[in-house]
Ligand binder design. Sequence first.
Ligand SMILES: Nc1ncnc2c1ncn2[C@@H]1O[C@H](COP(=O)(O)OP(=O)(O)OP(=O)(O)O)[C@@H](O)[C@H]1O
Length: 241
Amino acid sequence: MNDYVVEAKSVEKTLGRGAGEVHALRGVDLALRRGELTLLMGPSGSGKTTLLLVLGCMLTPSSGSVTVCGTPTADADKEALARIRREHVGFVFQSYHLFPTLTATQNVQLALDIRGEHGGRAAQKSRDALAMVGLEQKVDSLPGGLSGGEQQRVAIARALVANPSVVLADEPTGALDGKNGQSIMRILADTAHERERAVLVVTHDPRVVPYADRIVEIEDGLIVQERTDRPRMPTAVPFRA
Ligand SMILES: Nc1ncnc2c1ncn2[C@@H]1O[C@H](COP(=O)(O)OP(=O)(O)OP(=O)(O)O)[C@@H](O)[C@H]1O
């Protein structure tokens, strides 16, 4: 038994067909550990999103293997992959992906609905998840009444409410100003360190580097560097609204 929540070995992924075929990943080895926030950085088109989607079982590798919480995904059919995602993976995207006509609580609760959890207990869990990201005053707000940073916190609450072992975030600060971006990174770092999850953040944003335990750099579908040295994390970024 190791500490790895997600382990990718020799992963290759080809996208597109014929003249448009692209070797987006060309033999990637990467393991994500519990309690660690990993940043995945690299130039545009280097394969970051593709790798995140492969690690989260949204895309199947063309070759190589991905193991999630000890379960190899190679022989999993669509349904089995969906089950692995439901049981183990939380996703956060740059554009939040919230439903505009649902309240913050209802948006979070969707993540429980798809897992068969309904009713008052699910609503309470959703409000608790929103409180965890400092949004206890906004549980009944619609996305349109929330700032970008608050909407991203709703998206994080939705990713965390079902207690996933791994959180995969694609440019989660990309649409936010510096202060909101920092409070999002603080929440993701707490998710790794205090709630003992494996967290992977894809980013271009050098301001998030201080939150990382590990920085992995990808270029042209290959991991070219891994670093664990980092400057000190900024202190006292307000967690609550
Ligand atoms: N559906 C697709 N069909 C064909 N090629 C694709 C497809 N999706 C992505 N690609 C190509 O695969 C390569 C990797 O794309 P990917 O989105 O993973 O890069 P990225 O590092 O996340 O880029 P960015 O930082 O711009 O978001 C790029 O060359 C991209 O053009």
